[in-house]
Design a protein around this ligand. Structure first.
Ligand code: KIV
Length: 273
């Protein structure tokens, strides 16, 4: 049973997230890609909903996040934003719509803000996309950074392994995180990096860090909703916990429905007009 008090909770903003960090209150984040899921996770007390480009994997069945388009992201985000009353909703800028071109980055981010009603965008990368981030920020659009494993660069990394295990990459990541805060990012996602490094980044920044596979030391945690609900069967990396077995629950419920339809026990005598 949830202990969350819906009425007592105001809309989460970038300022609220930063105040939560200052107060030592952990930030609970989750992905959502549609109206119904957003309503559920919002009512459960989530602070921050990410319409992640992980939609490419869990909603569209692609192996990587690279194929998803800006139009796809906008369609998912429109529903996800409408379902969230309290949580701040943030949308990923997808691959190919911001890298190497600040004008394109601004145009993509403006489309997301205008067409979806989201509160912010997220962009993967450090110094190599600095100008694109600055251009988006210059329009008054809040940007969440994303360092460590950045799945849009999977072909550069050659896989989804832990990042920044060596001293040089760790030092570069620390510098990039400081740069993201300095130029005005309101938060930074840290994906799949050693906990010790996540602790250093979290201590060095005044803006919140949101971790996935980065240990308990970050200011918040994020998981892909289908993964943590046990809907993405067979996917269980070390950092991930199943908080439910919803995949099995769906199969059980649909199996019952199929059985009752075939046995003509649904609809019953009272379930018709
Ligand atoms: O796309 C996504 O879902 C993400 C999170 C895993 C951080 O970027």
């Amino acid at each position: 049973m949830s202990t969350y008090n819906e009425a007592a909770r105001p809309r989460v903003t970038t300022a609220r997230l930063q105040a939560m960090k200052a107060a030592g209150e952990k930030i609970a984040c989750i992905t959502s890609y549609d109206y119904t899921m957003s309503r559920l996770v919002d009512a459960a007390g989530v602070d921050f909903i990410l319409v992640g480009d992980s939609a490419a994997n869990v909603m569209m069945g692609y192996d990587t996040t690279l194929p998803i388009t800006l139009d796809d992201m906008i369609t998912y985000a429109k529903g996800a934003v409408r379902g969230a009353e309290h949580a701040m909703v943030v949308v990923d800028l997808p691959f190919g719509y911001y890298q190497g071109c600040p004008e394109l980055a601004l145009k993509s981010a403006v489309r997301i803000m205008k067409e979806t009603g989201a509160a912010a965008v997220k962009m993967e990368g450090g110094r190599e996309i600095r100008e694109s981030i600055e251009r988006v920020l210059s329009a008054g659009i809040p940007v969440c950074g994303h360092l460590g494993l950045t799945p849009q660069s999977v072909n550069k990394f050659g896989g989804y392994g832990v990042r920044a295990k060596g001293d040089a990459e760790a030092a570069r990541l620390l510098e990039d995180a400081a740069m993201l805060e300095e130029i005005g990012c309101y938060a930074v996602v840290l994906e799949k990096i050693p906990q010790e490094l996540a602790a250093k980044v979290t201590a060095a920044l005044t803006v919140p860090t949101i971790g996935i596979g980065a240990g308990s030391v970050t200011d918040g945690q994020i998981l892909v909703v289908q993964d943590m609900l046990g809907m993405n069967e067979g996917f269980k990396p070390k950092f991930m916990r199943h908080f439910g077995q919803i995949g099995q629950a769906i199969k059980d419920a649909i199996g019952s429905y199929v059985g009752e339809v075939k046995a003509v026990t649904f609809p019953s005598d009272t379930e018709h007009y």
